[in-house]
Design a protein around this ligand. Sequence first.
Ligand code: FAD
Length: 495
Amino acid sequence: MAEPELVDVVVVGLGVGGEEVAGRLAEAGLTVVGIERDLVGGECPYWGCVPSKMMIRAANALAEARRVNELAGAAQVQPDWAPVAKRIREEATDTWDDKVAVDRFVGKGGRFVRGSGRLDGPGRVRVGDQMFQARYGVVLGTGTRPSIPPIDGLADTPYWTNHQAIEVEALPESLLMLGGGAIGLELAQVFARFGVQVTVVEAADRVLAVEEPEASEVAAAALRADGVTIATGVRAERVSHDGQSFTVHGAGGAEFTAERLLVVTGRRAHLEELGLETVDVDASQRYLPVDERMHAADGIWAVGDLTGEGAFTHIAMYQAGIVVADVLDHMRRTKGGPDPSGTASVAGGPAGVASAVGGAMSAGGATAAPGSIPRADYRALPRVTFTDPEVGAVGLTEKQARERGINVQVGYADLTSSTRGWIHKAGNEGFIKLIADADQGVLIGATSVGPAGGEVLSGLVVAVHAAVPVSQLRHMIYAYPTFHRAIEDALRQLK
Ligand SMILES: Cc1cc2nc3c(=O)[nH]c(=O)nc-3n(C[C@H](O)[C@H](O)[C@H](O)COP(=O)(O)OP(=O)(O)OC[C@H]3O[C@@H](n4cnc5c(N)ncnc54)[C@H](O)[C@@H]3O)c2cc1C
């Protein structure tokens, strides 16, 4: 093993969060080593958000065309997966090649190392036969991988995870899905709209179990209307594969058979791979806990899914902004560190996604005086399930709020009977549900389901984030006839 090489920062895992941190610190003039064992960019651009949303865009185009018969004459639709697969291959992923992303990082001044990074004592990271010693710290952004439940027989079958589902070139005739969460429902609807016989098997008593029950109902009804079979309350006990098809055997004798099986039962961080024991951090935890400045331990920051604060790209980007500011602040405080005054670019960031984080940073980011580094606040964490209708939510659900002993008020408005919903007609299912803290007079949670549920959500995120008094929300002007005008109806119903 060679002598450790001294650098400023080592970033292990260049997914959404790690790439953002490494790129911005390199742009700020630090010597940054970025280590990635698979593809720079991580899950989101290659097997997650981006390709899945391309699939959804295509599937929604089919659904809209089918609505022509009810609204505008006659249309016959002939689904074809080939353009979707081609778009994912060529436009989204460069056939799962990260050359552009690697060049982007190196172009910012970063040093790229392909391989698996592992901590080897304070500030030290080993990758293959190379060893780096970080002067200011190590940032872990190693994400999660699919969590495969210990169901009898499953491990021996050629089941799919999201990787095979996104890479698929020719669709199967039938597909079983284990798991009825956000990722599962999005993919179930896509494949069903392209003619696949889809069955969702979910152990909980409803799909989208973390969201409001009303959202689960609307989403389940929409999927059923697309031909998806939904079996809730079914605990899979055994999986078998006979070379042609998979069978899931549920408790109580239920059986489901299909050509393919997709497992989307959640994701898991693999802390045991990171050498955390060499820095006295418990590696047996499900996620790596961090404080509000993303510190996991002395000299170690963590970012993204790994932290367990929410498996979303926008969380990884948000946390990355905090890490960048905090590392620079730490450097500023470290005796003998280079003068960080030339790091103004941190607050601006490059164009595109990074500039969105730059926006968050201006609330107290790298330009702020030492001690005023932004701190993570997840009160107004938005989440969107991109089914049709979309399920957008922010903050607490009604159940979560009641469990916290909050004096809860609920406002509800049905979208189908709102003016815009009624005009929209085919595909107008949805609602607005507001959760208010009656004592504080502010919204603490909201759900927006509808054709543009994720977009309508933005106003509600502002309301929760900024704790805008309900009395003020009631006296705003809501454009007519928008979907978001249903918020005004729901506010009136708060009781
Ligand atoms: C199908 C699907 C759809 C999704 N859709 C959305 C969406 O619409 N909106 C949204 O906000 N989020 C979505 N997500 C979630 C989103 O993809 C993740 O939240 C995001 O990718 C997390 O980024 P990350 O940087 O934490 O981890 P990742 O993107 O998982 O990146 C971690 C990286 O670390 C690397 N790595 C791991 N261990 C090591 C090691 N020891 N050494 C070197 N490298 C290592 C991995 O190879 C990987 O590239 C979706 C996810 C899936 C699966």
